[in-house]
Design a protein. Structure first.
Length: 339
């Protein structure tokens, strides 16, 4: 064998060894990437069928990294940390009751985003859509499914300060009749008619009678819980320092966030529950500032979002102030519990 042939054989062997080494490194790297992606992405999410019917399930917006991030997903209430079934429907804010859902979405344009509200049927099909004049903030469906409400920021983007304005709309999901702004309602404050240019509403929650609702009214530097009447188009003040109210399933209490003196300006709230008969407040055993419209899982337990590794996690706390908070699930917001 000539020297030239020996050199060629040696070079070929070296090339094979290099190729094997590179392939091994790439394979190991790919496995590590997949493993890291799974860890970084959080809970397992798979595509499937999601409906707004079925007892013992919850639907929410998942924030787990991956192709299904921001989609509505469902899990059993008994296994909230289990695998999530993804719907393909993306929402920024969401709520549902009695087989009707409301989904606030961003519509991405070439220059800027716009926003819309979708009224969904029990199979998440769009029944109606409405323009939303700002950044979506709150969404709620009445217990009967006959009404839906949403709030958007039309000036500013946070409730923490005072330099913001909101627009809150209510729609009859049966007829499509839209009340584009609660600012058109007559205000009764402390028993007297009241008008003010700075009146601002947000955070609607409905009673099951298809007439009564509650919301926050801000005016004159103060916030008030108001009771609204959809027939007379009137709101009446009930209690001060109430934001983002949520009516209990039995209709006797309001859970809400309350500004507490001494807390940071960008995180000024603690959770409270108000007895509507006595107007007695109960502080809940959650020491962190909660900027959310809480949801009642049942008559005894509240669910709300707090910042987390993927954007937000959902927590629970007893509604009577008797127990500590507990993390329900990671990487999720905007929960609805199906009947």
């Amino acid at each position: 064998m000539t020297v030239r042939n020996r050199i060629l054989i040696l070079l070929s062997a070296v090339a094979v060894l290099v190729a094997v080494g590179v392939a091994s490194v790439l394979h190991a790297s790919a496995r590590a990437d997949r493993r890291d992606h799974t860890q970084a992405g959080g809970p397992k999410v798979i595509a499937g069928k999601v409906t707004l019917t079925g007892h013992g399930r919850m639907v929410f917006r998942t924030l787990a990294w991956g192709p299904h991030r921001d989609e509505l997903v469902t899990v059993p209430v008994a296994d909230p940390a289990g695998p999530r079934t993804a719907s393909g429907v993306k929402c920024l804010r969401f709520h549902a009751a009695s087989g009707t859902g409301v989904c606030l979405q961003a519509v991405h344009g070439p220059v800027s985003d716009t926003y819309r509200a979708l009224v969904l049927d029990s199979r998440l099909r769009t029944r109606d859509r409405y323009d939303v004049p700002g950044i979506p903030s709150r969404a709620r469906v009445s217990p009967t499914g006959h009404f839906a409400a949403w709030t958007a920021f039309v000036g500013g983007d946070s409730y923490a300060g005072t330099d913001f304005s909101t627009r809150t709309a209510i729609v009859d999901t049966r007829t499509g009749e839209l009340i584009p702004s609660l600012e058109a309602f007559r205000i009764v404050r402390d028993g007297h008619p009241y008008r003010a240019a700075d009146a601002n509403f947000w955070g609607v929650t409905f009673a099951p009678d298809d007439r009564t609702f509650y919301a926050t009214l801000a005016t004159g530097g103060r916030t008030h819980l108001v009771r609204g009447d959809l027939r007379t188009r009137t709101v009446t003040t009930l209690h001060e320092n109430v934001e983002c109210p949520s009516l209990s399933p039995d209709g006797t209490r309001i859970a809400y966030k309350k500004r507490v003196k001494g807390l940071p300006k960008d995180a000024p709230w603690h959770l409270y529950v108000l007895d509507l008969h006595t107007l007695r407040e109960t502080a809940l055993d959650e020491s962190r500032s909660v900027d959310d419209q809480v949801v009642w899982r049942d008559d005894h337990t509240l669910v709300y979002a707090l910042p987390g590794d993927y954007g937000a996690d959902l927590y629970t706390v007893p509604a009577n102030g008797s127990g500590l908070p507990h993390r329900l699930l990671s990487a999720g917001v905007s929960a609805a519990f199906l009947d």
